[in-house]
Design a protein around this ligand. Structure first.
Ligand code: IPD
Ligand code: CA
Length: 279
């Protein structure tokens, strides 16, 4: 198992790469952005900046750690031999990025003992996440955590809100790109919205998990995430005190991710179950 000192080194490298990649994407944004291609549906877009940012991240990781593996949203794949895998979303919140809304982020995590989409099912992290960084160049904020080392943002220790009852909870969620998934998500929302303070749809799963860690929302859930959406943010939320889990309380994956402080987590998971989402 990687030592705390090694995790700290990985975190430092992830932070350095995320900051450089964020600055690159922000500069590219100033010159204008357009859709380069669509992916799963006509609204699931990729810009040239997503691709170029991922390529920059990939080259910086391999320059520093040539034996590690890489899994990236825009297709970066490198099979490593070290047992460590980097899970990269070059721009989480691509639609916000396209529209010049500030909620988008570079998300980089390092996991040991597996990569994305392996034994725990599609969208799961197979292995243990050791370090995670979410960098939001639009706000100038950076969120980070290492396993057992707590979560921080710009020198501040992060902690989730405690003892919030469900009916007072501000709950973040997100929607996928496929029409059928959205229909289901809208149906579940009908069961959730009357029972909570309100809902937020920020447009970046990575930043939703960081908002939970920072106490800016009380809970977050979503169905349909990929490993790169939640790998770094999931560690940051956990290290800030959140309980993060997936279907039936098992590992979070494409089926489901629910995250909140203990107590609220159980209440929300039960509400989601009653609303038709297995938790
Ligand atoms: C998306 C964002 C969004 C979430 C979607 C993700 P992308 O990632 O995280 O908030 O609701 O499920 O796919 O496409 O912007 O990288
Ligand atoms: Ca994403």
């Amino acid at each position: 198992m990687t030592s705390a000192a090694a995790s700290a080194d990985l975190l430092e490298l992830a932070r350095d790469i995320a900051v450089r990649a964020g600055a690159f994407a922000l500069e590219a944004r100033r010159h204008g952005v357009s859709v380069a291609a669509t992916k799963s549906t006509p609204t699931d877009v990729v810009t040239a900046v997503d691709r170029d940012t991922e390529e920059l991240i990939r080259s910086l990781i391999l320059e520093a750690r040539p034996d590690d593996g890489i899994v990236g949203e825009e297709g970066a794949a490198h099979i490593g031999t070290s047992g460590l895998d980097w899970i990269v979303d070059p721009i989480d919140g691509t639609v916000n990025f396209l529209y010049d809304l500030p909620s988008w982020a570079v998300s980089i995590a390092v996991a040991e003992g597996g990569g994305a989409d392996a034994a725990a099912g599609p969208g799961a992290i197979d292995g243990v996440t050791l370090a995670g960084v979410v960098c939001n160049p639009g706000s100038g904020e950076l969120f980070e955590a290492s396993l057992g080392g707590g979560a921080r943002s710009t020198g501040r220790t992060l902690a989730v809100n405690r003892d919030v009852p469900l009916h007072q909870a501000l709950v973040a969620t997100g929607f996928g790109y496929a029409a059928e998934l959205r229909r289901l998500q809208a149906e579940v929302l009908l069961g959730v919205l009357p029972s909570v303070r309100d809902i937020r749809r920020n447009g970046s799963a990575a930043l939703d998990l960081c908002a939970l860690a920072a106490g800016r929302v009380d809970a977050y859930y979503e169905r349909g995430l990929n490993a790169w959406d939640h790998a770094a943010g999931g560690l940051i939320a956990r290290e800030a005190g959140a309980h993060v889990a997936g279907p039936h309380g098992g590992p979070e994956n494409s089926e489901l991710l629910v995250a909140a402080a203990p107590g609220l987590y159980e209440e929300l998971a039960e509400l989601l179950r009653r609303a038709g989402l297995e938790a």
